[in-house]
Design a protein around this ligand. Structure first.
Ligand SMILES: CC(C)(COP(=O)(O)OP(=O)(O)OC[C@H]1O[C@@H](n2cnc3c(N)ncnc32)[C@H](O)[C@@H]1O)[C@@H](O)C(=O)NCCC(=O)NCCS
Ligand SMILES: Nc1ncnc2c1ncn2[C@@H]1O[C@H](COP(=O)(O)OP(=O)(O)OP(=O)(O)O)[C@@H](O)[C@H]1O
Length: 198
């Protein structure tokens, strides 16, 4: 199990796509979190019970921007949301892991932004951190999500600093450069780990 982590908008999904191109399966914690918070998802009702119906959009779905504005501005509220969503994410991640094991997959990637924050290091054998400097992170996050600098900072500050995460990694991919440079670093790392042949 390779734990793929980093900060918000540091490039985890970009690297996850490179793993998929190599036919290495990826379990995506964000995708599971989106699924369980959708209408009829397991976390939908508990979230409304905790945060009220004001966080819903006209279709009755959770308005992610509204809920984001609440939880990234208030650590207590974020902890309440985490307490609802994270156990469900963990359950589904482990189920997917079991399925891949049954299929005989030798290498599986767990793409999980909060691997260190949630103390889930024990779930994986190697940890790969996708690193960018804060200015690049801020810029890419604002561009991708249409956030103001203030909205982007609130999200970056809700996570362990990337400088700390890179120190805890078994390998670091510096994603400040081009996608091609990132791909080269990934392939070098996977050859070193014996996942790819030279
Ligand atoms: C607050 C929500 C609705 C905002 O939705 P939004 O579409 O804007 O963001 P999305 O879910 O796509 O997450 C984007 C990134 O934000 C960061 N992030 C999300 N939740 C958190 C959190 N609780 N703490 C710190 N960072 C977080 C992650 O880096 C993630 O990759 C949503 O992030 C959420 O439900 N969060 C709680 C679940 C969670 O922790 N998910 C991430 C890891 S499983
Ligand atoms: N090397 C790169 N050069 C230019 N843009 C990049 C590079 N890597 C990623 N990006 C862009 O930066 C943004 C963030 O990348 P990505 O979505 O892969 O990050 P992420 O870590 O998965 O984010 P999140 O934590 O929010 O899920 C995306 O818009 C992506 O296209």
């Amino acid at each position: 199990m390779i734990g793929l982590t980093g900060g918000i908008a540091s490039g985890k999904s970009t690297v996850a796509a490179m793993f998929r191109d190599l036919h290495i399966p990826v379990i995506d914690a964000d995708e599971i979190a989106h699924r369980v918070t959708a209408i009829n998802g397991e976390a939908y009702k508990p979230i409304i019970e905790t945060f009220g119906r004001d966080i819903l959009d006209a279709n009755g779905a959770i308005d992610r921007r509204k809920l984001g504005a609440i939880v990234f501005d208030d650590e207590q509220k974020r902890k309440q949301l985490n307490a609802i969503v994270h156990p469900l994410v963990r359950k589904h991640m482990l189920q997917q892991k079991e399925q891949y094991a049954k299929q005989g997959k030798k290498v599986v990637v767990l793409d999980i932004p909060l691997l260190f924050e949630s103390k889930l290091e024990h779930l994986v054998d190697r940890i790969l951190v996708v690193y960018v400097d804060e200015q690049t992170q801020l810029h890419r996050l604002c561009e991708r999500n249409g956030f103001s600098a203030e909205e982007a900072w609130a999200r970056i500050k809700a996570q362990m600093p990337l400088e700390e995460k890179r120190k805890k990694a078994d390998a670091v991919i510096d994603n400040n450069g081009t996608i091609e440079e990132t791909k080269r670093q990934l392939h070098t790392c996977l050859m070193r780990w014996g996942v790819l042949e030279k």
